[in-house]
Write a protein that binds this ligand. Sequence first.
Ligand SMILES: [Fe+2]
Ligand SMILES: [Fe+2]
Length: 273
Amino acid sequence: MAIPVTVWKNCAGSARMSDINREFERHLAGWQTRYQGRPQRELVCLYLLALEREENVAVAYSERVLGPRLSALPLAGGVRELMRSALRQVWEDEEEHVVYVRAALEKLRTPLLHARVLLQQTAGMIGGWTVAVRQHQRWAEAPLSRAAATFVLWAGNVSGRVPRAVRRHIDYCSFHDFCSYNVHTEGTAWRCWQRLTELAEQVPALCGEHAKDFRRIAADEDRHRRVFKTIADALDDGDRLRADVTSQGLAARLEVAQQKGDAARVLDDVPLS
Ligand SMILES: [Fe+2]
Ligand SMILES: [Fe+2]
């Protein structure tokens, strides 16, 4: 099945597809082909994937993880607070998404699925912890945690649970690179909820009543992508505020990034300076 580049153009005007986005599209397209005529199966796969990913970021974006990292950045207090507040909102959204997808899966009520839900939930939490340790802690700072997280990552790679395009990003990096990476992962989260929206519209008998919620969560994911892009654009490779960026410009851009509704402006139209 061809990769629908057009759907990425609809993601806040961005037509750029990274390897992460491309691999995810192939994954979704494989499910669409395999479950053609069996939308219930595709729905369950998408729900389980969404559950694991939402659990993952509910850990990886938490204040406990990002707080110390933000505190260590070479930034003025006001700038740091702007970033902290925007990222806290992202995390609160993710916590709400976890609750939503757990409840949606519970409504399906099949015993076998119950076991899969537990497995997926656990995998998501362990994955979130692994990503948090690997991306934010150096060996010298936390040798035991790093060793455990490295082992978990190796097991995830061997078992094929960690997408190939993602693997090289799960290591210590600048905050700028961490945010750039999450621009792409939030794009895939948006795509997952967008596919759920399509299913709800195409097979209303299956999950039509959820279409509005799916659309709302997809919009949340796109706002998250815009927040991470704004922070990445504001920082240089050494995590300092870029010379042409002011705290007022950053505040204005973050406000636009978090704007709800169809009238959300294109980020690049708002100067960071
Ligand atoms: Fe989410
Ligand atoms: Fe998100």
